[in-house]
Design a binder for this molecule. Structure first.
Ligand code: SAM
Length: 304
């Protein structure tokens, strides 16, 4: 069963009103879209790069007639995908959806055996392509940069040794190898977590997408529009935090030799500089929410 993460906090910040139009940039199982559409007589334009999300979205199109539409594609291309107008709010709920994690066939989970895939849009290079063809240095770099895995070099070396015997085809094969090398560090934490996160981020260019998605949002929001981002690990959260800091004038001016007129314009107002975290009760009920961080900003338009 899919439980949308921090949905009450999202609704509080977005504060949906009748006649307004919002973008749900990460439709997934539709938890946010549903909550928004049930809150007010507003409209939602939803996006997802996963072709499976489209099937779920079709039910929404018939249930919320005229108030919901869906576009398959990446939020980094949002400006080209959806109608060009100014929106009242945009929400991002990053990472993978429960249906993606729960379906072993998609290859996202180290808990179930499935093909080593991890492609959200089911095209391009899969995780198996990477571990079976990339050189040792590049695999180590990916594990370190996108997973902050301290044993990245050891794991990369072991992958290269193992693939001489036979290529990696399943999630279980890779998870076993990583567990053997990293060893169990603390109860309740699977040592394969960081390696799987790294490959998933790389395969789907998730950080590149996030940067592009935030930039598109800046252009698509009207004055007073709300931008809300729920992220699940420090790499994403850092990027979102820096984006808001830069756009709200929170970063120091680069140098006194750069004229005032070349200062980055202020495009967001932050009512809260700290991220919101899920309530203890939500974490208990839905452990997947435990690493969630919600940040938001209000679009302000001077001459930007
Ligand atoms: C955490 S889930 C969203 C769950 C949703 N809020 C709900 O309540 O059901 C993230 C979704 O975003 C999608 N996604 C991730 N990166 C994307 C991107 N760059 N463009 C479009 N969709 C993306 C994934 O395919 C996944 O379905």
């Amino acid at each position: 069963m899919h439980k949308p993460v921090m949905v009450n906090e999202v609704l509080k910040v977005l504060a949906p009103l009748d006649q307004e139009t919002y973008i749900d940039a990460t439709f997934g199982a539709g938890g946010y879209s549903k909550a928004i559409l049930d809150k007010a007589k507003c409209s939602v334009i939803a996006l997802d790069r996963d072709p499976d999300a489209k099937k779920r979205a079709q039910l929404f199109e018939s249930h919320y007639q005229g108030r919901f539409s869906f576009f398959e594609g990446r939020f980094g291309d949002m400006s080209q995908l959806i109608p060009a107008k100014h929106y009242d709010g945009i929400v991002f709920d990053l990472g993978v959806s429960s249906p993606q994690l729960d379906e072993a066939e998609r290859g996202f989970s180290f808990k179930t055996e499935g093909p080593l895939d991890m492609r959200m849009d089911k095209k391009g290079l899969s995780a198996a392509d990477i571990v079976n063809t990339y050189d040792e240095k590049e695999i180590a770099r990916i594990l370190w940069e996108y997973g902050e895995e301290r044993k990245s070099r050891l794991i990369a070396h072991a992958i290269l040794e193992k693939r001489k015997e036979r290529p990696f085809t399943t999630t279980a094969q890779l998870a076993h190898l990583v567990r053997d090398i990293v060893g169990f560090e603390r109860p309740g934490f699977d040592p394969a977590t960081r390696t799987f996160q790294a490959l998933r981020l790389y395969v789907n260019d998730e950080l590149g997408e996030l940067e592009k998605g935030l930039e598109c949002s800046e252009n698509l929001l009207k004055d007073g529009g709300r931008l809300i981002v729920v992220s699940f690990h420090s790499l994403e959260d850092r990027l979102v935090k820096t984006f808001f800091k830069k756009r709200s004038g929170g970063l120091p001016h680069p140098s006194r030799f750069v004229p005032e007129t070349q200062k980055a314009p202020i495009t967001f107002h932050l009512t809260n500089k700290k991220a919101l975290l899920p309530e203890e009760s939500e974490i208990k009920e839905n452990p997947r929410s435990r690493s969630a961080r919600l940040r938001w900003g209000i679009r302000v338009k001077g001459n930007s």
